[in-house]
Design a protein around this ligand. Structure first.
Ligand SMILES: [Mn+2]
Length: 581
């Protein structure tokens, strides 16, 4: 995400708290020696629950043995039998998805694979001004088109009314979803969802597209086994996109699906994905990492649904026509540019609101209420406010007499508890301690704000509202090596549940530091007898804090730098401070 230069980056005052989740222990050195890996990698993986040499080896080489048996998914048998009948009888099938990356890719996977099997298939995604999920109106519309079977992807688990309508109209319904079911399930031919209370499937972290992938592999396994092996590779690019974009945890079978899927994506022959990749201008490293999807590809696909129509992105994923793909990719690129401009403007506005309205010396919590902020942007705004001001924050969009938006927390403040305390003042709200959604009537907003500020003042002291920088591991100087940097790449794919590690290094001696163009800086530091190059993005304003020869601590990511055929270690700094401050 880009931030316009007028928005300052979060500053790290001397009072910042630096901590590491773990250290290198003796057991890590033993495991590292046995596997010939860096002790820092061993420590990071131990802290993430991979605490035996076998578990670490399996983590480094995700294999198909991680895949679970699709036959354990609830109702899968009924789903594939009904689908196969529809394919055989050339019944008219409608795939109903959603407007985000998961909803779009799962629809694309279903449509492409059913077409390949000769099915009569069409699709429908909800537009941004329609409500989420399968609606009664959408079922009525399907009836006018003589649809015999509706299959939902990434939605439908709460579509009780729509399911009843489908039954009345004689349309069969298969629901595939990965969202949390409520106590009552819709009436359908089959409901394939690993989160069903009666599910025997032991992993609940599949994306919506992941569920569809499992369904289709099981269908082929049963009815067309010769097509299975090419199918199970060909569509993993879509599964990887959805799994990273939907922020489901990247462990268990998702680790294999995404690792293999990113490989598939890198060499994809889908013309639309090629066009999208080209316009996203991804630096070619010879492979893709999780960040290439989460920061480059996913925002573009989402921009279509958020600013115009998700069907643009779906058509891109379905088209085999080069000219059409180029045209759609260009349209999506323009929408993404618009999204970034809008987001930067909203961010600036939110910061200005806080500077103007909040009492930063005393307010333990921030509420920024603006207008024209899109649904997809309020969560990001709240998170950016927390980053900058180090206290819980809400970003709310005011429209039609209601303020609607998101809250993000820090310093162990419980937003869920705050909302429970505020039931009488709000229309609705829910979530977790760390993140929540909220709707308040605009006329009651001042009251809610006063209550929230009082509540927060009671729970938090100003002293607690300092930035905290949490590294994954403290790296002893002697373990900061090129090998470590190379292994950090093998922790990929990184994303939700397996984030890219940040390390803490203490007591390095700053040898040189000089400004680069565009506010960046670069230099060298002496670490345990070796001189290592570092680079620090957007840090020009911080350089005057440091003198040559001084001892510093830093938060960093070790990276492999390749220059004129030479490979060397380079530290990308996230922050630096005078040692022991
Ligand atoms: Mn989803």
């Amino acid at each position: 995400m880009s931030v316009s230069p007028s928005v300052s980056v979060p500053h790290s005052p001397r009072s910042a708290r630096w901590q590491a989740l773990t250290q290198v222990e003796a057991c890590d050195r033993r495991v590292a020696a046995r596997l010939d890996i860096s002790p820092v990698s061993a420590a990071i993986l131990r802290a993430r629950g991979h605490d035996s040499p076998e578990a670490i080896e399996a983590f480094f080489s995700p294999h198909p043995g991680l895949l679970r048996d699709a036959a354990d998914l609830p109702d899968i048998e009924r789903a594939i039998d009904r689908l196969w009948k529809a394919i055989q009888d050339r019944e008219s099938i409608l795939i109903f998805g959603d407007y985000d990356v998961d909803g779009i890719t799962s629809t694309a996977l279903m449509v492409r694979s059913l077409q390949k099997l000769g099915a009569q298939v069409s699709y429908r995604l909800p537009e941004r001004d329609e409500s989420y999920g399968l609606t009664v109106a959408a079922v009525d519309e399907a009836a006018t088109r003589k649809i015999a079977l509706i299959v939902t992807t990434d939605c439908g688990i709460t579509a009780i009314d729509a399911a009843r309508r489908a039954r009345e109209l004689g349309i069969d319904l298969i629901i595939t979803d990965h969202h949390e079911p409520e106590s009552e399930l819709p009436e359908a031919v089959a409901i394939v969802n690993p989160k069903r209370a009666d599910s025997k499937y032991e992993f609940t972290g599949l994306s919506g597209c992941g569920v569809v992938y499992k369904l289709m592999t099981e269908l082929l396994k049963r009815y067309q086994p010769t097509a299975l092996s090419s199918f199970s590779e060909r569509y993993l690019d879509l599964v990887a996109l959805s799994t990273i974009a939907d922020c489901v945890p990247l462990h268990d079978e998702n680790r294999y699906l995404v690792a293999r899927g990113l490989h598939q994506l890198y060499g994809t022959r889908k013309k639309g994905l090629r066009a999208l990749i080209e316009s996203a201008n991804i630096r070619d490293k010879g492979f893709y990492v999780g960040g290439d999807v989460s920061f480059r590809l996913a925002p573009r696909l989402n921009a279509a649904g958020r600013l115009d129509s998700p069907t643009l992105a779906l058509r891109l994923l379905l088209s085999n026509d080069e000219a059409e793909c180029a045209e759609l990719a260009a349209q999506i690129e323009a929408l993404n540019g618009q999204r970034r401009t809008d987001t930067d403007a909203a961010l600036l506005e939110a910061h200005e609101l806080v500077e103007r309205e909040a009492n930063l010396a005393d307010d333990r919590l921030l509420i920024a209420a603006g207008s024209g902020w899109r649904r997809g942007v309020v969560g990001l705004l709240a998170a950016k406010l927390v980053d900058k001001y180090h206290r819980p924050a809400f970003a709310l969009n005011i429209e039609n007499g209601h303020a609607h938006g998101s809250g993000r927390s820090c310093a162990d403040f419980d937003l869920h508890a705050l909302l429970e305390e505020s039931r009488e003042l709000i229309v609705s709200g829910g979530g977790h301690a760390g993140a929540c959604g909220l709707t308040v009537e605009t006329k009651r907003l001042p009251e809610f704000k006063e209550h929230a500020l009082e509540y927060a003042a009671d729970k938090l002291s100003m002293a607690e509202l300092v930035p905290r920088h949490t590294a994954d591991c403290e790296a002893p100087g002697r373990d900061v090596t090129l090998q470590l940097a190379q292994e950090m790449v093998q922790l990929e794919p990184c994303g939700s549940g397996n984030h890219s590690p940040v390390l803490l290094l203490r007591n390095a001696r700053l040898q040189t530091a000089w400004p680069l163009k565009a506010d960046h800086s670069k230099g060298r530091m002496m670490v345990d007898g070796q001189s290592i190059e570092w680079i620090w993005w957007r840090s020009a304003d911080r350089l005057p804090e440091f003198e040559r020869g001084s001892t510093v601590d830093c938060l960093f990511v070790p990276e492999v730098n390749e220059y004129r055929g030479q490979t060397s270690l380079q530290l990308t700094l996230k922050d630096m401070r005078v040692a022991g401050d």
